[in-house]
Unconditional design. Sequence first.
Length: 212
Amino acid sequence: MSKVLYEGKRKGQPGDVGMIIECPRCKAAYDINKAKIPPNGAYVRCKTCETRFFIPSSSNDEATSAPGAIIKSSPDSFRSNRERLLEYAESEQKRTESTINRKGFIVRAWRGYEPLWKVFWIYNVLFYALIAMSLRILSMALSPSITASAIYGLAVFVLVMVYGLWTWVSIWTCSAKSNLVVKILARIYVIIAIVVNSLYSLSLLAIRGTSQ
């Protein structure tokens, strides 16, 4: 649910009514021309965090406005209000990032607050290779009866898929702040990785089933 932070005439633009809408997730503020909003409202997507939320056609819409959420002022103070709202949005963004940073790299990457290069090359490539190498060494150290068991195969499958899911989601969310080309390439990689790993896992299960 979005918040209508301001609704009124714009300074220096006679007849043009503006609204400042706040993203419910990242608190980013957007200046919207009210004339472009349909009578029943519209859904928009935040450019900062890509959250899809509803904006009302009027601040009097009870379904989308909360008590104390509307701040109205005269046209002469519109510019100062906007500056204060932008400062408020920036401080809220910093507070959110500070809260996320205290929760560790797993949550930061999942929520999209880690650098994309770090998530891709370190967590996705390097750590994935270390996990594969460790599982290979473990398989060589254990007896064939254990490594051939269904429980061992299921445990390895769950470990790889859970870690893979975390890296894929992290790449997807962390790419949101990149430029368009990098964002598209990163998300194409995620889709291909999911498809390839799913097919490979199904083939392994099929081979294990036929061998038994």
